[in-house]
Each structure stands twice: as C-alpha cells, then as structure tokens.
Design a protein around this ligand. Structure first.
Ligand code: ADP
Length: 583
C-alpha cells in the first residue's frame, strides 16, 4: 500500500496546533513511569546489569579464595543483588517477552496473507500500531471534521514507491466509529467531502472488522472523485489488470492498436498473431449493419384483448411519428427507430429500439421509454406498468432476441487470408481451418445447443477490450454473440473468414469510459469521447474494432487448434514457471 498525507479539508493555517501522535513516537519512550528516552534507559539498565554481574562474580571469587561462607553478605552485595534482579527483569520485560511473543504469536499465513517477511513485519506493525493509537470518543458525524495535522502512520504495502498511507488522528476516530457501526460506511464520501480520504478510512475500518489484510489492493494512484455517483460505490481501492496491445489491426484501411485488459496468458499474443495474418493479407473489412439500443418494459392489462390493442397501436406506422416525438424528448442523441411487441396473455412487452449517439445508451433509451409510458397512460389508463425492463430487451442475459434482432451495434467483419500466410504465420492449412470451423464452431456448437455461441472464443476478446475501454463488462454476455464462418476461396488457395456479431454494446461517452485509464485506451484507438464530426461515429468505430479483434483472435486460436498447438502454447504463455505452491 502506498502512503500519502490525506488532503486537509481546511487550509493548514486554519488549524489549531495539535499534539502530534505518531506511532513512531511511542517506542521512543520506555514507559509513562520512566519518561526517559528509550535508548538512555536501555543503556542504563545494560550497564547496571553487567556491572553488578561483574561485581558479584568478583565477590564470589574473593569469598572462595578467603573461604568466607557465601550466605554471609555485605550491604554492598545486597544492593548489588537487588540491582541485578531489577535490571534483569527490565531487560527480560523489554526484549525477552517480545522475543517469546514473536515466536508464539507469529500470524498464520491465512490470517494476514503476506508474500514475504518484510510484508509480514508491516502487517504486524500495523496491528501493533492500531492498538497504540489513543482511544477517542465516538465520532459525532454532524460536526465538521477538522482536517488533519498530525499524521498517524499506518504501514501498508508499498506501491509506486510511496511508503505508507497516512491516517490522521481525526481519521482514526472515524475509523473507530465505522467499526463500531456509529458511522455508516456508505456515508463517508458525503460526510467528509473527500473521496480519497473516505476510501482510505473505509478500507482501514474494513481491515479491522474482518481481520483480513487488503495489502496488495492499491489505494493510491486513483481518482476517487471520478467514480463518485457514476461508477462504483463504497470504494476501498482498485484492482489492477494488465493491458496488452494487439496489432496493428488493419481494418477498413486504418491501423488500430487494440488494448486488451486481461490476465489470461496467450490471449494478447494470439490476437496479435491474427492481426499479423490479417495485415499481411491486405486487411479486414468491417460493416456496421445496425445501431440501436433497446429497452422493453412490461405492462399488464385486464384482458389479452386490451394488450393486443396497445400492440396494434404501437406497431401502426401512422402512430410512429407521434410516439417518436415523445420518445426523442429525452435526449439530443436518442432517436427512436422502432418498437417490437410480444404478448404473453394479458401482458405486453414493448421492445423500443433507438440510436444513442456515442453512448452505449441504456440510460438514454430508458428515459425515452419512460416518456412514452407516461404518454400512453392517457389513451390506455387501464395499462399497469409493471417494470421499465421486462427482460425482452434483453440486457446482460443470453437471449435469442438479441441474437436474432440485434442489440447495440450489429457488425460483420471479413478478411481473405492468403494461403501463404495461413501456412507461414498461422502454421496450418486452409483446408484444416475450414474443416475445423465446420465441425467445431458450427456443428459442435449446434450439438451443444448454443445461443449465439458459434465461435471459438469471441468473449475472450470482447471482455478484454471492454475492460480496457471502460465498457460494461456484464454486457459481454450478448456482445460476444458471434458466428465465425470460414470458407476456401480463390480455387481453394485462400481462406475467407468472417465474424458476424449482432449485439455489440459499446459507447465512448458515459459510464466507465471517462475514467483516466479507460479513456487513455479509447484515445489510443482514436475514439475517445463524443465524435465531433458525426455523433455516434466513435462508438460505431469501436464496435468495428471489437469485431476486427475478434476476427483476428478467431483466426489464431482456430489455427492453433488445427495445428495441435493449443496445449503447447498455453503451457508456454499461460503457465508460469514459478512454483505456485510456494506463493
Ligand atoms: P448511457 O445511456 O450509455 O448510460 P449516459 O446517458 O450516462 O450513457 O451518457 C450519455 C450522456 O452523454 C448524455 O447525457 C448525452 O447527452 C451526453 N453526450 C454528449 N455527447 C454525446 C454523444 N456524441 N453521443 C451520446 N451522448 C452524448
């Protein structure tokens, strides 16, 4: 964990002087009873101990020489014996008990998981530190919190060369209050007005409550303000996922370096190989077939007849203009494209589709749908709105409606890979690839009863690019729908390969796309934010890049399987040579 001084809520000059309570300070004094510097008291007792030992031994030798009984002691010898026991007890108490405790109470690895001794020491120090912090009153959260002046150092694992997280005296009070349940953890941001400090306090409270270390989960180096009210609640840090680059992917005459956030070894390397094969063959072409986000509320009527009345009303082309005017009021970018209805008895599911500019569009379409529902209530007062989403949309669930009708961006991407490239780069043959594709991606998936899963590993690439570019990773479910086709062309010499993906749900504004890392990845692709020329152009380009990367990865994985290399390459890239049992 890194360390920093938490920002003050007030300028420093506003603060009244405060006694510093540093955890480093405590051990410098021996005790309250003996308020001397530690090194001085240690030196005194060491000297005393060895002096009296020397004195008593010399007296003992003298008595043996002069045949004096040992039990006959002088006053100076009595003083020396008392001094001996006093200094012995001091030294035992100071060094001996700690030593014994360190042997007996060494934490077990499953309590505070630590990678090495140094980290273990840090953890122990932090536990020890927590005890040494002075007790305070429960926090009155109604009062404005005074900004910190005296830092309390909580030792945590070092990241980015920042040694420790600094928590203040006030922070310590808040931590105690969160641990005691007096202050709700979720309220820290609003109460403190400082998202980073809130995260640090929540994190420390969590560690104390659970007895589990978060060492390894970084806190520093993240803008917690940027996620407030938009991306994540109650943060305690962030997970690091490496980003690899595949490419250049030559797509529609342009080169793209594709960022992929993944922890699966082989994936980026494999996609990169596919990109190379595509590049050497003149590039891939991608076409956007459809662009419309959907939302399907469910409403109930007293009779199936009334549900059918509304269905007919909504599907009547003469009513479309009125409905779209109402729908489009929600946003400059949301434009109604169509409504598809399905009836189940008295219940009606209305699947609204609309364009959403560069946004993925869930919020936008939901607002438009709400407008229409309010409007319909006038002509259909007996309509009972059960839910703005009735799962006919269908969001984040495998569903045939997305596979057949499309959702978000529907894209087809193709390339003709030269026979030479198939042999030299992909190390297989056109014939083997075509046969494997038919038996695996088509027949095999049909045998498995697949729904949109007629591919080798589209979801691998979709997830990796989604995470890197700030998309909603849960939408990987439908965004990974893909059918991969392979065919021998040019008299069987070359390979025609295509991926058809009907429901790629991506955006370049909103959600996680505005976060610094994700935004950098979008920038790398040249699709950051809203398109200035044509609204929606950036998100559409991103969808074609996703499909292009899937094409590359399908080519490469299928080739590896056809050539029998899959296990070998995974052993090389996906299995660390480290002995994991020691980790
Ligand atoms: P989503 O609908 O994907 O959840 P949001 O509604 O949260 O996304 O974000 C879209 C917001 O961005 C809207 O307020 C919209 O007005 C704004 N915006 C700005 N430029 C664009 C653009 N080019 N395309 C779409 N939305 C845009």
């Amino acid at each position: 964990m890194e360390a920093t001084r938490l920002p003050s809520a007030k300028p420093v000059h506003d603060l009244k002087p405060r006694k510093e309570v540093s955890l480093d300070e405590d051990p410098t004094k021996a005790s309250d009873a003996l308020p001397l510097p530690l090194h001085l008291t240690n030196a005194v007792f060491f000297t005393l101990f060895f002096s009296v030992v020397y004195f008593l031994l010399s007296r003992w030798r003298e008595k043996i020489r002069t045949s004096t009984p040992l039990h006959v002691v002088t006053f100076s010898e009595i003083v020396a014996i008392i001094a001996f026991f006093a200094s012995f007890i001091y030294l035992l108490g100071f060094f001996g008990i700690d030593f014994v405790q360190s042997l007996v109470f060494r934490p077990t690895p499953d309590v505070w998981i630590s990678e090495d001794e140094e980290e273990e020491n840090e953890v122990l120090l932090r536990k020890e530190d927590a005890r040494k912090v002075p007790c305070g009153q429960a926090l009155d959260c109604a009062l404005p919190l005074l900004p910190p002046q005296a830092p309390i150092v909580a030792a945590q694992k070092v990241f980015d060369e920042k040694p420790v997280t600094v928590l203040t005296e006030e922070d310590e009070e808040i931590i105690k209050s969160v641990v005691a349940g007096t202050t709700p953890s979720y309220s820290l941001e609003s109460k403190l007005g400082d998202c980073k400090r809130a995260a640090a306090i929540r994190r420390e409270a969590l560690q104390r409550l659970t007895g589990k270390s978060l060492s390894g989960l970084p806190l520093e180096g993240f803008d917690y303000e940027s996620i407030l009210g938009q991306c994540c609640e109650m943060p305690v840090g962030y997970v690091q996922i490496p980003v690899g680059i595949a490419g250049p992917l030559l797509l529609n005459g342009k080169e793209f370096s594709v960022p992929m956030a993944t922890t699966e070894g082989c994936l980026v390397a494999s996609t990169n190989r596919g990109c190379k094969a595509i590049h050497l063959s003149g590039g891939a072409t991608s076409v956007l077939l459809k662009d419309g986000m959907t939302r399907a509320p469910v409403v109930r009527f007293g009779t199936a007849k009334r549900a059918a009345d509304l269905k007919l009303y909504l599907e009547d082309p003469n009513n479309f203009e009125t409905i779209s005017i109402v729908f489009n009021r929600s946003s400059r970018f949301g434009r109604l494209q169509g409504i598809k209805c399905a009836i189940a008895g008295k219940n009606l599911y209305m699947r609204f589709t609309c364009s959403t500019g560069d946004a993925m569009g869930m919020n936008m379409v939901s607002k438009g749908v709400q407008n229409v529902l309010d409007f319909l209530q006038t002509d259909f007062p007996d309509m009972d709105v059960l839910g703005i989403s009735g799962n006919f949309c269908s969001d984040k669930k495998p569903a045939a409606v997305n596979w057949i009708e499309g959702r978000g961006k529907s894209v087809v991407c193709e390339a003709i890979i030269k026979g030479d490239v198939v042999r030299k780069v992909l190390k297989t043959s056109v014939e083997s690839l075509v046969e494997l594709n038919m038996l695996k991606n088509l027949t095999g998936s049909a045998m498995a009863g697949a729904l949109g899963g007629f591919n080798a590993h589209a979801s691998n690439i979709v997830s990796a690019v989604f995470i890197a570019t700030g998309q909603d990773p849960a939408q990987n479910v439908e965004s990974s729908h893909c059918i991969t086709m392979m065919e021998a062309v040019n008299d069987g010499n070359d390979l025609h390969v295509s991926v058809t993906m009907p429901s790629i749900e991506v955006g370049t504004v909103g959600g996680g796309t505005q976060l610094a890392s994700q935004s950098a990845c979008l920038n790398l692709l040249g699709v950051k934010g809203a398109s200035k020329e044509v609204p929606g152009a950036n998100s559409r380009t991103l969808a074609t890049v996703v499909a292009g990367a899937v094409l590359a990865a399908e080519l490469s994985l299928m080739s590896a399987i056809a050539a029998g290399q899959l296990v070998k390459s995974h052993m090389k890239y996906n299995r660390s040579s480290k002995d994991v049992s020691k980790a």
